[in-house]
Design a binder for this molecule. Structure first.
Ligand code: CA
Length: 228
């Protein structure tokens, strides 16, 4: 699943380098050169990750990180701080305000992509390309294939995303609103009942291999993927 990654960086060369590399691995970069611009973009699209430069014109990256982490709506978004300084005290300050990771300039795009992947794996596993296998059900985000006990299962694109999301957080219960937010996107207007329709389709598709029982309804709450 492509992640929306907001890059807040005022140096055009670095901004372009990051966007290009993120796009190449299938992510969707959002570009801002200041905190102000970042705030405008965030009203449109809630990013899955923010790459935040420390030194920015106007409000500093550090101050922005501090504000995001104290805001209910934004505090769950992981942040990777970029900085030209390599001092240990800066690193500590960055992590203190709640940044998930910290990269010192100059860095190689490869190094940064590795950090992005690690943070997404930790904070939003459905955003990575790693195949998931639970109880004989296997989903491969790269080949877009799902198999049940080795046999191919045909899924529509929405059912695929839905299963990917549910399998990324096994045993956890998700409300319909949360599923909508994560699978359909933050700003899309769809009714809660839409989730039920796609859950039904997903179960139907999983029936052939008997994996349909893994998609469980938790009454009054929502849905859960469980191998138990
Ligand atoms: Ca800068």
């Amino acid at each position: 699943m492509p992640a929306n990654i907001l890059i807040v960086e005022d140096e055009p060369a670095i901004q372009e380098l990051l966007s290009l590399n993120l796009r190449q691995v299938g992510h969707n970069p959002l570009q801002a050169t200041s905190v102000e611009q970042a705030q405008v973009l965030m009203r449109e699209t809630l990013p899955d990750l923010i790459i935040l430069d420390w030194m920015l014109p106007g409000m500093s990256g550090l101050e922005f990180a501090r504000r995001l982490k104290s805001d209910e709506h934004y505090k769950a978004i992981p942040i990777i701080m970029l900085t030209a300084r390599g001092e240990e005290t800066d690193k500590v300050r960055g992590l203190e305000v709640g940044a998930d990771d910290y990269v010192t300039k100059p860095f190689s795009p490869r190094e940064l992509l590795a950090r992005v992947k690690a943070v997404l794996r930790r904070r939003a596993p459905q955003m990575t390309d790693d195949p998931i296998e639970i109880g004989g059900l296997r989903l491969d985000p790269i080949t877009h294939r799902v198999t049940g006990n080795g046999k191919e299962i045909e899924l529509g694109p929405t059912e695929f995303r839905l299963l990917h999301f549910l399998m990324s957080y096994p045993e956890r219960v998700h409300s319909r609103a949360h599923v909508l937010d994560k699978v359909w996107g933050d700003r899309v207007y769809v009714e809660d009942r839409t989730v039920d329709v796609h859950i039904r389709r997903l179960r139907k598709a999983l029936e052939t291999s008997g994996h349909d029982t893994m998609i469980q309804t938790v009454r009054g709450v929502g849905y859960r993927f469980s191998a138990r």
